[in-house]
Design a protein around this ligand. Structure first.
Ligand SMILES: [Zn+2]
Length: 191
């Protein structure tokens, strides 16, 4: 099936606040959706994309952290550290994130659904993610640093949570006008 680019939903669209449904059917349509999400993520130069960002309330996200600095890519997939090119891009179905003992770290994030907006967000430094692949097989990923940040950002989307929900009041005040403008633009473009 020929992959195609999908429209990325923007802040102000209600789908971004909808929790995703658990995926129970691992068929060709799911593979095709994930492939199209990966192509869309590359086209938009993102490092992750959640189903809600392509207008689907499903527990499915894709990530590719190959572009992030190597020293930050601290991870184990099913107990092994396979080279990054072998495991990326990655599709995570029905992911469940558990924090591991460690610090909370602040870092600057952006989001394809919030063009032009970036802000500091606190995340757990170390996490363990249980998920299924596109064939329904279970996996466990332990990761830290930017890898963990990207996964937490994407899994938040699957629960209808957005990065602005984690920002402090000062940050939100600084972004207030931009956020209001983006919401207006989104509504106008869909009207
Ligand atoms: Zn996002």
């Amino acid at each position: 099936m020929k992959p195609m680019l999908l429209r990325v939903t923007r802040y102000g669209e209600s789908i971004l606040r909808q929790p995703g449904q658990t995926v129970t059917v691992f068929d060709d349509a799911l593979h095709e959706l994930a492939e199209n999400m990966v192509d869309t993520m590359y086209e938009e130069e993102g490092v992750g994309l959640a189903a809600q960002q392509v207008d689907q309330a499903l527990m499915l996200c894709v990530v590719d952290v190959s572009g992030l600095p190597d020293e930050d890519l601290d991870y184990q997939l099913d107990g092994l550290r396979q080279p990054i090119p072998m495991i990326m891009p990655m599709a995570l179905v029905n992911p469940v994130v558990k924090s591991l003992p460690g610090k909370t770290v602040w870092g600057e994030e952006g989001c394809l659904s919030f063009p032009g907006i970036r802000g500091d967000v606190p995340r757990d430094e170390q996490i363990e993610v249980s998920y299924q692949d596109l064939d329904g097989d279970p996996h466990t990923l332990v990761c830290g640093g930017w890898f963990a940040r990207v996964i937490q950002h994407e899994v938040d989307h699957l629960h209808g949570r957005l990065f602005i929900d984690h920002m402090d009041k000062r940050q939100l005040r600084l972004l207030d006008n931009k956020l209001k403008q983006l919401k207006r633009e989104t509504r106008d473009s869909l009207a």
